[in-house]
Design a protein around this ligand. Structure first.
Ligand code: WT7
Length: 649
């Protein structure tokens, strides 16, 4: 959570909202409040209307079944196939030669797939999956770089009715293992390695040991992307290329029920174990199709670039399912914004004439810090709309983005949503909503978001509270994979009947939402969600560590920097060497993104009398704030001594 309080530095009366530019508005998908009115009048009729934008092989009997909360069903008994909606129907509509995916690799290699070509690839890979025995309901794990094969694999899963679980390519083999074990995947699709800032990071080769402990995996399909070495395992490992060479080019999409699982996506929670967020087929597709169309003001000639990784929900919803279900052209880039130079993204915007650009505040803050000359050296005039997602965007970054990337002419859609919500929930509609920098503005039509106090009553304007959603929406998670208790406890227990987002927020006099970030122990490191408990579990897994507490220290660019307080086992001495070793250990267990920036050794951790670690105090120490109330501490001296140690380091 970026704890900068927008209210103090940027209250609504100091700000003159940015009106939608006239020429933008003139050709926008949404030009007035008609959609809001329609949804207000009858939410279910609105969503049913939106669902009509998709091709169903059998129409639903009921829009929403809410008879068994918090287990909701949308488009009951409707039948649909996601890949058919993302590909086949566009070809039938004459878009076969339109580019679906335009790709550039880190080394400057390029590739593209028209909708017809995408269909061919997806059909072939669907046959590959079927021949390997993958069928409806089986789980397939993807651990891949940002390459078109990842999209092909996801769509093929939906075509055969398999459930995909995409694991972020930057996660470590151990994290991959945990997710494979939890989801009991039969097949893993991966690569020999990934290109990262001019180097090759091995993938399958590095995962060899972890995969030995994954008995459910029958086959591993390997895309040869980087030339990294690996020792194929006879009978288990197969090359993507070999399989595709002989695969048939026809495959008819399997008819799925609207409520059949579509994918699992693991997200950090407040315990060490990631949550397997489960999304289903029909409602999810309606949600992302609708929001992509209206929030990003879809136009036929757009070149849409969402810079997220395919391993996060943003990639699922707004690289793959939203834009492709609207027949858009999606741009995909393999690498990072700073390689080989810090203008890489702007070079790509210029070269591919990107029209809509969607990224995260942490990236925007990096761009700001790197200097204006990078974007100024490139022609960004193709851009017409900008987006932001992942955390609250500070007004300074918003204004910089607006001026230096959007040149004052592009609206910015600051979109609030979560892995759990599946789709954008609070957002401007760029042709109608006056923008206030730092505010995600208002709920999307048909979304009942509210800020409530401790009692679950709506907060007054300006009063901080918790962000909740008051009624179901089509792309909502349906449960946590094989863990309904955790699903109920995490989201539905705080306020009976309301979905608890875990975010703090307030509303201003005009009903604009200002999101303050998470109220639980989930950190945001450069846009990646990491649970403090995950890092703590990784630390105590080390032979020398007795106990560990992890906090996020507010960091100008990254959002949070991970700081770890570690108590060593009896007889072990802290040293620089051990600090390095612990950082590397966390990197190995979770992935480089979770590696602590700082590690401090302390003889005790501050705890309440009931034994809970008081992270708030550690945060205060790390951010060098005055300490708040310490009276509930078991041993108040502990804090003073940690503070001394921290200062001394
Ligand atoms: C959390 C969800 C779905 C996007 C990728 C992250 C924070 C997200 C915003 C925004 C303020 C935001 C919230 C939310 N967040 N977008 N526009 N303004 N905060 O997905 O990993 O599930 O994280 O990201 O805290 O709860 P996620």
């Amino acid at each position: 959570m970026t704890e900068s309080n927008n209210k103090d530095i940027f209250s609504e009366d100091q700000v003159k909202p940015f009106q939608p530019p006239e020429d933008f508005k003139a050709s926008a998908q949404v030009k007035d409040d008609g959609l809001y009115k329609k949804a207000e009048k009858d939410k279910l009729a609105f969503w049913a209307d939106m669902a009509e934008n998709l091709d169903w092989t059998k129409k639903w009997d009921q829009v929403l079944d809410d008879s068994n909360p918090p287990y909701f069903k949308w488009f009951v008994n409707g039948k649909i196939n996601v890949s058919a909606n993302c590909i086949d129907r566009h070809i039938e509509n004459g878009l076969g030669d339109k580019k679906a995916i335009v790709f550039e690799g880190e080394q400057g290699d390029t590739a593209s797939l028209t909708y017809s070509e995408l269909l061919k690839e997806v059909n072939k890979f669907s046959n590959v999956l079927r021949e390997l025995g993958v069928s409806s309901g089986d789980t397939v794990t993807l651990w891949m770089p940002m390459i078109p094969e990842a999209v092909v694999a996801m769509l093929a899963c939906t075509r055969v009715g398999a459930v995909h679980s995409v694991v972020f390519g930057g996660f470590s083999p151990d994290s991959l293992k945990d997710r494979i074990l939890d989801s009991k995947s039969k097949v893993l699709i991966t690569a020999d390695g990934a290109n990262r800032k001019g180097k090759v990071l091995p993938m399958i080769g590095a995962a060899a040991e972890a995969l030995e402990d994954c008995p459910s995996i029958e086959k591993v399909i390997i895309v040869e992307r980087s030339g990294a070495d690996y020792d194929p395992i006879e009978g288990r490992d197969l090359r993507w290329e070999d399989l595709m060479k002989d695969a048939e080019e026809d495959f008819s999409p399997v008819e799925m029920d609207a409520e059949d699982p579509l994918f699992i996506l693991y997200s950090s929670g407040t315990t060490g174990k990631p949550k397997g967020i489960l999304h289903t087929t029909g409602g999810y597709l309606v949600g992302v199709n609708t929001t992509h169309r209206y929030v990003f003001d879809h136009r036929d000639d757009d070149i849409f670039w969402c810079t997220a990784d395919i391993g996060w929900i943003t990639g699922h919803s707004y690289i793959v399912y939203g834009p492709l279900s609207n027949g858009s052209t999606v741009f995909m880039y393999e690498g990072t914004p700073d390689y080989p130079k810090r203008d890489r993204f702007w070079e790509l915007v210029e070269k591919y004439k990107i029209t809509v650009f969607y990224t995260a505040p942490t990236a925007i803050r990096s761009f700001m810090r790197w200097g204006n000359h990078f974007p100024e050296g490139r022609d960004l005039s193709s851009l017409r709309l900008l987006g932001s997602v992942g955390e609250p965007i500070n007004p300074e970054a918003w204004l910089w983005y607006h001026e230096h990337i959007g040149k004052g002419k592009c609206p910015i859609v600051d979109t609030w949503w979560q892995t759990e919500t599946g789709m954008i929930m609070i957002t401007p509609l760029p042709g109608v909503t006056p923008l206030k920098p730092g505010s995600a503005t208002k709920p999307f039509p048909g979304i009942d978001a509210e800020v409530v106090d401790d009692q679950g009553e709506p907060s007054k304007p300006g009063q901080r509270g918790f962000l909740v959603v008051k009624s179901p929406w089509p792309a909502m998670l349906r449960t946590l994979y094989e863990d309904p208790d955790r699903y109920e406890n995490t989201y539905w227990k705080q306020y009976p009947g309301l979905y608890f987002t875990g975010d703090g927020a307030w509303k201003d006099e005009q009903g604009y939402f200002w999101i303050m970030g998470r109220v639980d122990d989930v950190l945001n490191v450069s846009g990646h969600r990491i649970g403090t408990m995950e890092v703590e579990s990784a630390l105590v897994d080390h032979r020398d560590v007795a106990e560990a507490a992890v906090i996020g220290k507010v960091h100008e660019v990254k959002g949070h920097a991970i700081t770890a307080f570690v108590t060593l086992k009896e007889g072990v001495e802290g040293s620089e060497e051990l600090v390095k070793e612990l950082k590397a250990h966390v990197g190995k267990k979770i992935g480089a993104i979770a590696r602590p920036e700082e590690v401090f050794f302390t003889y005790e951790l501050p705890k309440t009398r009931s034994g809970k670690i008081m992270r708030r105090l550690l945060r205060d120490i790390a951010e060098q704030r005055d300490l708040g109330d310490v009276t509930t501490l078991m041993d108040p001296d502990v804090v003073a001594s940690i503070k001394e140690e921290y200062k001394g380091s």
